[in-house]
Design a binder for this molecule. Structure first.
Ligand code: ARG
Length: 465
């Protein structure tokens, strides 16, 4: 039996689509998530059509009411979604027609699915910028809690994952607070730029009806209507900017996840994950695996992938709309879902983990972490050029390595064999606490600096979340 043509656009079609055509064409399986935005957009449009006299007040009222009924049917799960009706836009309109009859057919006056989907998706992505901001604020607060607790706990700072210089736990936690702060500002920038309304661009060229684009823009919380109708229906920069911000944020999450994996290992034992955020092994009873951190690290690939996928979809498209653009949604949905999940999991893990002060300090005190302090002392106290100080310190490190001890364990005589003027107060700078306390430059690791940054961030996060 031949399927009948689509009731929305089937006027010139004698038969319905092939089943495979329907499968490749339909987006209702995923764009149903846009239902609340679609209905908000349609309500704004209908109210505007009445206000400008394009449709009657009675018809507008029936449409506005009917759309609320459709929304509640969707929310309660009673909505009969149909793949034959392709997408959310046509599903909603068809159901509206069943509910209110003839006036439903007037809703699409001066509009196209091209500006409709652009509005819906912008509203959805705009919400995701807000959701990411909120989730990032919560993560910053969890990190700040860790920083407050261990503002002056000494740990090794690494370069090349080799012990470099002692730093404080608070300082390390605050490094991530800074990163996630920049992520928030990236989402905020993207949100500001995307907050313009495509509604009224119609199919691509605008419309001959006397519509009021300012009215619909305002009703939907947009700053203004987009100025070029061709651009309005074909722009997906907003989704790409969201994905770019999400990718950078995801990269930060992945770096932190990687650190948590390393730090919770038996070789490091810097942190202990709470039971809530670890799993055991079915065969090795001693195991306590940081699965959540590993999955965050892994899920980040999907977010990067979505960014590349949508860039690739868009890069070859002539103006204006092409059906290719329907592929924007699944990528963004998947990226957003996984970003939100990763942020929530990271916030939970960071909030619940316990740093081991003693292990951090023991690790900081090994690996010749105060070698730079020794070299600096030689420069400051003996007036040596830094290069010469570096050389002497290197010789002392080699000696300690030979003896199987650390720098503070060398004797004064051993030091003086490298430079006769070395005095015993050199030992003051070889301890890790003194080392961190001395790094008082702005942004440095000294506990005083760290506490000042904690105060700054506490104020900031309390003021705007
Ligand atoms: N489902 C479509 C999409 O997501 C809606 C726009 C359809 N427009 C069209 N001219 N076929 O892109």
């Amino acid at each position: 039996m031949t399927k009948s043509a689509n009731t929305m656009w089937g006027g010139r079609f004698a038969a319905g689509p092939d089943a495979i055509m329907e499968a490749i064409n339909a987006s209702i399986g995923f764009d149903r998530r846009l239902a609340p935005q679609d209905i908000a957009g349609s309500r704004a449009h209908a109210a505007m059509l009445a206000a400008t006299g394009i449709i009657s007040d009675n018809d507008a009222e029936a449409i506005l009411e009917g759309l609320l009924t459709v929304l509640s049917e969707i929310e309660t799960g009673d909505f009969p979604f149909s793949a034959a009706l392709e997408d959310i836009h046509m599903n909603v309109e068809a159901r509206l027609k069943e509910l209110i009859g003839e006036p439903a057919g007037r809703l699409h006056t001066a509009r196209s699915r091209n500006d409709q989907v652009a509005v819906d998706f912008r509203l959805w992505v705009r919400d995701q910028c807000d959701a990411a901001d909120e989730a990032l604020a919560a993560l910053q607060k969890a990190l700040l809690g860790q920083a407050e607790e261990g503002a002056d706990w000494v740990m090794p700072g690494f370069t090349h994952l080799q012990t470099a210089q002692p730093v404080t736990w608070g300082h390390h936690m605050l490094a991530y607070v800074e990163m996630f702060g920049r992520d928030r500002s990236r989402f905020a920038d993207a949100r500001k730029r995307m907050n313009t309304s495509p509604l009224g661009a119609a199919a691509l060229a605008g419309t001959s009806f006397p519509i009021d684009r300012d009215m619909t823009a305002q009703a939907l919380g947009f700053d203004r209507p987009m100025s070029n109708s061709l651009d309005a229906v074909s722009d997906r920069d907003f989704a790409l900017e969201y994905l770019a911000a999400a990718s950078i944020c995801a990269m930060h999450l992945s770096r932190l996840a990687e650190e948590l994996v390393i730090w919770s290992s038996a070789q490091f034992r810097f942190v202990k994950m709470s039971d809530k955020w670890s799993t055991g092994s079915s065969i090795m009873p001693q195991k306590r695996n940081p699965d959540a951190a590993e999955l965050i690290r892994a899920k980040i690939g999907r977010i990067f992938g979505a960014n590349v996928a949508l860039m690739t979809v868009m890069k070859g498209l002539p103006l204006t709309y092409s059906k290719d653009m329907q592929e924007d949604k699944e990528q963004v949905f998947d990226a957003a879902d996984n970003l939100m999940l990763a942020l929530a999991a990271m916030t939970g893990m960071v909030g619940d983990m316990t740093a081991n002060k003693g292990n951090l300090k023991a690790a900081a005190s090994s690996g010749f972490s105060t070698a730079t302090d020794l070299a600096d002392w030689l420069v400051r106290e003996l007036g040596l050029p830094f290069r010469e100080a570096h050389h002497i310190t290197g010789a002392l490190v080699a000696l300690a390595e030979d003896k199987g001890c650390d720098l503070p364990d060398l004797t004064l005589e051993e030091m003086q064999a490298e430079h006769a003027d070395i005095r015993k107060d050199v030992f003051d700078v070889l301890g890790v606490d003194n080392s961190v306390a001395s790094r008082t430059s702005f942004g440095g690791t000294a506990p005083d600096q760290v506490r000042a940054q904690i105060a700054h961030w506490t104020k900031q996060l309390n003021a705007r979340g």
